[in-house]
Design a protein around this ligand. Structure first.
Ligand SMILES: Cc1ncc(COP(=O)(O)O)c(C=O)c1O
Length: 395
């Protein structure tokens, strides 16, 4: 298929393949590239999945999800996010990623344009292309807290994708910026897909859900999930909140593709939402400690970075990020993700601190030695993604 040729295998895969090879050779690889918490899923959540299985809850479920979980999610977003959702406005999916896929399949038509803020998480672009539409990249301002979206809206713009807290920058968008996005969405009649999967992993600032803003509920698809908050990446459980019509259409595709997320995983998700939240606080406390350690280490070494207020990444400026990532891995056996994986910021690499404290210490000590050899001069590569050729995507 033509559009599949445009979707590039992610730059992350090249690094992780190389890391695996080095591990096989017995090298002391430190992996700072994975976007998943290193903690075990909290025990009460694990037990509820086991109990569900023992109780025979292993049959097909309603395709949109078990009613108890839809109720719990609707209640959660009302109370915590100020989103006026009823259970009919919820669909649970095998991971947030599939919710994003479904939303784009449902809302995007051939030739539509979707605004992505550069840099952005790796899968938005691919999902836009899989929906036969065209990604329009808009660079952030120099603080990565705002972006001139207004200059890039055309009559073909159908959706703006935002992600707060942000992967890969760790930025938590301000209420003012989100208000600007909301106003643009209303004025130009475009949807907003708001990926809030890191909402609980915040160290400074406050999380706002754009769907709670006046006039935004009908035009927002809020994406969230259990992977990051409850360390449940492999369980595959996420959800979307939107108006009934969109949810009904998403459910149509889900029902004919994966049917629904695994039955006993949904019961575990229910326990995660309804149960004691101290496990989340404990994980966030640990993430914060690691973040603080990394930031003071980078300050000492003299590497600049975007100040992360949330998620578990540091986007640091190193010169040629691609060369840096390859050499750091080959010479010091430390895996980080080159900035090119996320858009046009080739002079950056993303470091994930969703890994052990020992790895964080080891990363900093190897980094110190490495940067003395690697010239971390700040270069501008001017590789603007707007120049990427999506021209005949639908041709
Ligand atoms: C910004 C963002 N959205 C969505 C996802 C996907 O999450 P899930 O595991 O629920 O599919 C990730 C995972 O890395 C992510 O970083």
């Amino acid at each position: 298929m033509r559009r599949l040729k445009i979707i590039k295998p992610s730059a992350t895969l090249r690094i992780s393949a190389l890391a695996k090879e080095l591990l096989k050779e017995g090298k002391p690889v430190v992996n700072m590239s994975a976007g998943e918490p290193d903690f075990k899923t909290p025990q009460h959540i694990v037990e509820s999945a086991i109990n569900a299985l023992n109780e025979g809850k292993h049959f097909y479920t309603p395709t949109r999800g078990i009613p108890e979980l839809l109720d719990a999610i609707a209640e959660k977003v009302n109370v915590e996010n100020g989103i006026p959702a009823k259970p009919e406005n919820v669909i649970v999916t095998p991971g947030a990623k599939y919710a994003i896929f479904l939303a784009m399949q449902v809302l995007l038509d051939e030739g539509d344009e979707v605004i992505l803020l550069d840099p952005a998480w790796v899968s938005y672009e691919a999902n836009v292309i899989m929906a036969n539409s065209k990604p329009v990249w808009v660079k952030h301002d120099e603080k990565f807290e705002d972006a001139p979206i207004e200059d890039h809206i055309t009559s073909k713009t159908k959706m703006i994708v935002i992600n707060t807290p942000n992967n890969p920058t760790g930025v938590v968008y301000s209420k003012d910026f989100l208000k600007k996005v909301a106003d643009l969405s209303i004025d130009h009649n475009v949807y907003v897909l708001s990926d809030e999967i890191y909402e609980k992993i915040i160290y400074e600032g406050e999380h706002y859900s754009i769907a709670s803003f006046e006039g935004m509920f009908e035009r927002t698809i809020t994406i969230n999930g259990f992977s990051k908050t409850y360390s449940m990446t492999g369980w595959r459980l996420g959800y979307a909140i939107a108006c009934e019509e969109i949810i009904r259409d998403m459910n149509k595709i889900q029902s004919h593709s994966v049917s629904h997320p695994t039955s006993f995983v949904q019961y575990a998700g229910l326990t995660a939402l309804k149960g004691d939240q101290s496990c989340v606080e404990e994980m966030v406390r640990k993430f914060r400690r690691r973040r603080d350690k990394i930031l003071s280490g980078l300050n000492e070494i003299g590497i600049s970075y975007i100040y992360p207020k949330g998620a578990f990444y540091v986007f640091m400026k190193v010169g040629d990020g691609t060369e840096f990532a390859e050499r750091f891995l080959k010479e010091e056996f430390v895996a980080v993700t080159p900035g090119e994986a996320f858009g046009s910021y080739r002079e950056y690499v993303r470091v994930s601190y969703a890994t052990s404290d020992e790895n964080v210490d080891e990363f900093l000590s190897r980094l110190d030695g490495f940067v003395k050899r690697f010239k971390c001069q700040v270069l501008s590569f001017g590789n603007d993604l707007k120049s990427r050729d999506y021209g005949d995507l639908n041709g």
